[in-house]
Each structure stands twice: as C-alpha cells, then as structure tokens.
Write a protein that binds this ligand. Structure first.
Ligand code: ADP
Ligand code: MG
Length: 184
C-alpha cells in the first residue's frame, strides 16, 4: 500500500460538483481508500485562459503501482468528459499525481513528484492544509514554497466537512461521518 496525493482541478461545466463527484468516484475504487480531502479552492487560471478553476487535493492509500494509478486518473478524467484540444485547455476534470509515497519517477509520461507542484498555489495551499508538515522528496518542506506563489489568486470556497477516515488521522470516529463521500 502506498500513500499518494492527487491534485484535482476543473473549470468547465459544473466544476465544483465535478470535484465532489470525482472524489466519490475515487472512493469507490476497490484499489483506493480516500483518507482525506482538502477544502475546495477557487483559483485563477495559471498559464491558461478561461474561467476560474476549482481545485482540491486528495490523500489516498492505494494498492496500484504509480503507472496504473495514472491510467486510472486518465480513465476517470475521460468519464467526466475530459478533452485535450490544446495544451492547458479548459478542462472538465484534471487529475494529477502529486506524490506517490517517497518515489521519484522520471519517465516520458509520468513525473513524480509532479514537476510544477511547487510553483502552483492551487496545489500547495490545499496540500499544506492537509499536511502542514509535509516534506517533499528531495525538495524539503512543502510550506516553504508558498511564499513564492503568494501572487497567485486563491480563495477557499468550501471547508471540507469530511473527517479523516483512518486511525492515524486521529479523529474521534465516534462522531466522524462514517462514509467517505460526504465531501464538497
Ligand atoms: P496538465 O499538465 O495540465 O495536467 P494533462 O492533464 O493533459 O495536462 O497531462 C498531460 C500529460 O502529463 C499526461 O498525458 C500525463 O502522461 C503526463 N504526466 C506526467 N506526470 C504526471 C503526473 N504526475 N500526473 C499526471 N499526469 C502526468
Ligand atoms: Mg493533468
């Protein structure tokens, strides 16, 4: 089992609902346990035109190898109507692997840690919300990069109501919602 973090983004269609549905879709995979989800953020497009984005980050545990997790991400993107007419085009759903355990992967179609994650407020802010002391493989503390992206517009639009679903999350499971899909 490997802990991984996915970055979710959308700016076409009902983007907020899509994020919610995508988290449900991830949670329904028998190969994945969703451990935590950040709040949803509204963010300015970076290197792209189009409407504002909605973004969040999900922490999960998976039995899938990294490449299979990428394939699953692409499959789910397609199910949500993802098209790639040109680079950085507006999208119904983008699922990026930010971190896969402590792995460093540098292949033609899969680079982990995600190569641009330390340059993007829409990744760093929700990621650090989930894991304030997170250390990135070979890059140091995730929160140390946030000052560099302070000029990127990002606004929290919905605090996550769901609770971390594992004992390591330290939540009081007697009061926490029992299902993992109560996210928005
Ligand atoms: P974006 O870079 O804006 O997310 P796409 O979602 O279209 O654009 O992804 C382009 C390609 O990036 C994918 O086909 C995928 O193979 C590749 N890629 C490389 N590393 C990663 C990663 N860590 N997570 C997701 N996709 C990745
Ligand atoms: Mg992507």
């Amino acid at each position: 089992m490997t802990i991984a973090y996915l970055g979710l983004g959308a700016n076409l269609g009902d983007a907020r609902q899509t994020l919610k549905d995508a988290v449900v879709c991830l949670a329904q995979q028998h190969t994945i346990t969703v451990l935590a989800k950040s709040s949803v953020y509204r963010t300015a497009p970076i290197d792209a035109s189009g409407d504002d984005y909605f973004n969040c980050v999900v922490k999960l545990e998976t039995s899938l190898p990294a490449r299979a997790l990428l394939r699953l991400c692409h499959h789910i993107e397609l199910q949500f109507g993802r098209e790639r007419p040109y680079r950085n085009a507006p999208r119904t759903l983008d699922l990026d692997i930010l971190l896969y355990g402590a792995s460093s992967i540098d292949e033609a179609d899969l680079v982990v840690p995600h190569p641009r994650m330390t340059q993007r407020a829409f990744v760093l802010v929700p990621l650090v919300e989930l894991e304030p002391d997170l250390i990135l493989p070979q890059r140091g503390r995730a929160d140390s990069f946030i000052a560099d992206v302070a000029d990127q517009r990002i606004e929290k639009v919905a605090a996550c109501q769901c609770m971390v679903g594992t004992p390591s999350g330290g939540t009081d499971t007697s009061t926490a919602p029992s299902n993992k899909t109560d996210c928005r």
